[in-house]
Design a protein. Structure first.
Lengths: 363, 363
DNA sequence: CAACGTCGTGGGAGCGATCCCACGAGGTAT
DNA sequence: ATACCTCGTGGGATCGCTCCCACGACGTTG
């Protein structure tokens, strides 16, 4: 039932290997009647060519490796990675590639990982990482493996091709929005220091404050770790301050879950007592009430663009530098208090990067 | 910098392909001095054998495919899958295999998926699925691909080897615990109907009620979908009942997040107004207060056992049937009200499957 | 009707490893 | 000294495909 080779199929069909191969690969110069007969035999025997043999001569596997920052935290903890992967998967599948996610890279030593890459199991790799300490990019380069990265470190600008958002600008827009709503004491929840975007978003926060002439207050910056638990803990500390903040910008949406809990446990209300703007626009945040005002990252599109870059690189041997920065959007809902407090403000639609949430979420 | 073959290394080292191959594979009969020299050359040139060529003759890839129910919902939505995968990954890595997760199977038609399996890219597959509609298991069998499944459908008992928990018994223990605490009106939140464990857990609920002589009330059974949102919605309906429940058993922990929100929004308290027992014991539920009483599934161990079964199957050609049912534990914390209400009750330690949460969570 | 393309087909070479066997050097037992 | 093993080494065969080229049949053109 197994183990059939192209030779067997050829014998059964009474043709040569070459002809079967042509049928298999959809090549021309096969009589239609022969093609049909061979195809039927292939189907009925459930034959599929052995990948290794094909790869050996073609030097292609049509497999794409996906690498995420490898801890359960990121991988399964934050749905934006799933969204990015979804975009990648769509493009790969459509162009005849199969994406495969590296699991448990932490269980593997560097040498093993390197051999895996050099072994040419994969035609290329899609790397999602904003992690500074992540050696993946360096190893990919060392192994001569084509890759495109989602996320970027301007201080270590070695990625030939990457896709990212402008985290500084996005954070600035978020905080400017809070400022426009009249807030002066605005807290900020950072992500992990190892992630590049953490610093970029902090920088955006600083720029917005500076532009409005609001002094930067160290006490209002919380050292979060992307999890709801850290949002919860820091919000408690913020609310205990002698002069607590009236607004808060969180570097991701997940932490907001903890923020809201802490606020409500004190009998306070969002947005009246604390206005909140998040970052990511997770679908899952529909569980947060009031509905979250947040910065939408075009996750699916980032994944798609990255995959397109990689496949173009593989198929047309495009090796020029490509840096794609996609726009983010401020999605205004309820948690910032815009609708309640500020009918007098100019509608945010004036900004190219802001939108009221009357639009539907992309499916 | 690239594209070196074993032949090149042999030439550089002044030895034959065979010798290089022996060094590569740690085989005996190589003079130590030669071995060292060859190894050094391999390292300095960053040579790694091309997987396809090796596979062709060895008929092994040392790659293990991982298949999860392929929607973002499961994959990234519920951390238990990450835990199971972690266990799998550990065992695989330790035994020299690399696990790779199938991404985006929904973007792929069945024929493509089948060819992927028949192409022998993977030595074997680990399948996590309690999904009745999932065709994966059938396709794996059809493709002659060795696999071990985590999860099991007794009504379609075709998996040669699987690992699971006794969902009926586990749910029964959970509900019996609530009954022992004096509850008579106990609601139950189901998962999706397509998942086998949904029905098993409902059955456990029924058995516990029946054993206590409590009539089954259709109105107390909610048709959840594993998400917090569904927990929220159903809890609202339960609390609106003329005779609302005093306790609730949720088929997973994620839904409990919504349950608790609904309770608290009405100014009610857990466990005083609604006692809750969950299922899974997610690490992430530390964000739920009061701390959640729940059924712990030994996720990491399930993954490890499944991987061990598969690798034994591959390496020793073990093909006998293996059905592993691992024990669950009732972890008693606060949300069931045990500590508060029932100092008079016999300590749950009497039960082999219950434990107070004074133990630490496994790391 | 000869010359020449095109189409359909088959067979040999080759991809880059591993594996098996042959063979010489050296040591030990006879 | 001869026979015999073991060890270290090299080279040919092989895995299952794809690719290239050769070749015959046929149709078109001059």
């Amino acid at each position: 039932m197994s183990q059939l080779t192209i030779e067997d199929i050829a014998r059964i069909a009474g043709v040569s290997r070459s002809t079967v191969s042509r049928v298999l690969n959809g090549q021309p110069n096969v009589r239609p009647s022969v093609r049909d007969r061979v195809q039927e035999i292939i189907n009925s025997y459930g034959y599929a060519p052995q990948a290794a043999a094909r790869q050996l001569v073609m030097r292609k596997t049509r497999l794409i490796g996906l690498i995420l920052p490898d801890n359960a935290h990121h991988l399964f903890g934050n749905p934006i990675f799933a969204e990015i992967a979804r975009g990648m998967s769509q493009v790969c599948a459509q162009r005849g590639y199969t994406p495969m996610l590296f699991i448990g890279r932490q269980d593997m030593d560097e040498a093993t990982f390197f051999s895996l890459l050099r072994g040419r199991h994969f035609d290329g790799v899609l790397l999602i990482s904003s992690d500074r300490q992540d050696r993946s990019a360096a190893m990919l380069r060392e192994a001569g493996m084509p890759y495109v990265r989602v996320g970027h470190d301007p201080e270590d600008d070695q990625d030939l091709q990457y896709v990212d958002v402008d985290n500084v600008a996005a954070a600035r827009v978020a905080v400017e929005h809070l400022i426009a709503l009249g807030h002066r004491r605005i807290a900020m929840l950072k992500g992990l220091a190892k992630d590049v975007c953490t610093h970029a978003r902090l920088e955006g926060y600083r720029q917005a404050l500076a532009a409005a002439g609001i002094p930067f207050d160290e006490a209002l910056v919380g050292d979060g770790d992307w999890t709801p638990a850290s949002g919860y803990a820091w919000t408690q500390r913020f609310l205990d301050l002698p002069e607590p903040p009236t607004a808060l910008f969180s570097s991701n949406d997940m932490m907001v879950a903890g923020v809201v809990r802490a606020v409500q446990e004190r009998g306070l209300k969002v947005p009246d007592d604390l206005a909140i703007v998040g970052f990511d626009d997770l679908l899952q945040t529909t569980m947060i009430f009031p509905e979250l005002t947040t910065i939408r990252q075009p996750c699916v599109e980032m994944g798609m663009r990255a995959a397109e870059l990689l496949l173009d690189q593989l198929e047309h041997n495009r090796r020029e530098r490509a840096q794609i920065i996609l726009p983010t959007t401020l999605i205004i809902r309820e948690s910032c208090g815009y609708r309640r407090r500020s009918a007098h403000l100019s509608p945010p639609a004036e900004s190219a990067t802001a939108a009221l949430d009357d639009e539907q979420r992309a499916s």
